[in-house]
Write a protein that binds this ligand. Structure first.
Ligand code: CMP
Length: 145
């Protein structure tokens, strides 16, 4: 298995629920190290650009409205097989279908307020990381996990 990086977003409902720390703990306990992190209130333009692949979907407008409704936490997570591991730790997009013990099962409200975003492929991880972070903002460090 290779060390990978993936983009994670704690969505506005995660901040509203006061669970930033709990979510980051889940990542750290699963070998996913935050190597870049920033809190940001996305503009409409930033949210639309980030989710441009979903532009034609019926939920696009509501998704952008929700993602700009409050601040988010943007992170780059690094670890072995980080892209798939992050998706496993997050659980299914719709919390109704998420496995027990996953972030979305435990904390998400519905398919829109689903608490976290994670890149779904190596190609998208690269694009999504570059959308929010410069290389110089990514800071690897040693850890026991
Ligand atoms: P995310 O992983 O951030 O990627 C796109 C988001 O669209 C997804 O999580 C959901 O929060 C959101 N979304 C809203 N409605 C739907 C839907 N019906 N199907 C899939 N995604 C949806």
């Amino acid at each position: 298995m290779a060390t990978e990086r993936t983009l994670s977003i704690i969505k506005p409902d995660g901040l509203e629920k006061g669970i930033i720390g709990k979510i980051i703990t889940r990542f750290e306990e699963n070998g996913l190290k935050p190597v870049a992190m920033r809190m940001q209130h996305l503009s409409q333009r930033e949210a639309e650009g980030f989710y441009v692949v979903h532009k034609a979907r019926p939920f696009f407008k509501d998704l952008v409205t929700f993602m700009t409704s409050g601040p988010v936490v943007l992170m780059v997570l690094e670890g072995e097989n980080a892209i798939a591991k992050n998706r496993e730790v997050m659980g299914a997009t719709n919390p109704a279908n998420a496995a027990p013990g996953t972030i979305r099962k435990d904390f998400a409200t519905d398919v829109e307020k689903n608490t976290v975003h994670g890149s779904d492929s190596p190609e998208n991880a690269k694009t999504e990381i570059a959308y929010f972070f410069r290389d110089t903002e990514i800071t690897p460090y040693a850890s026991k996990r």
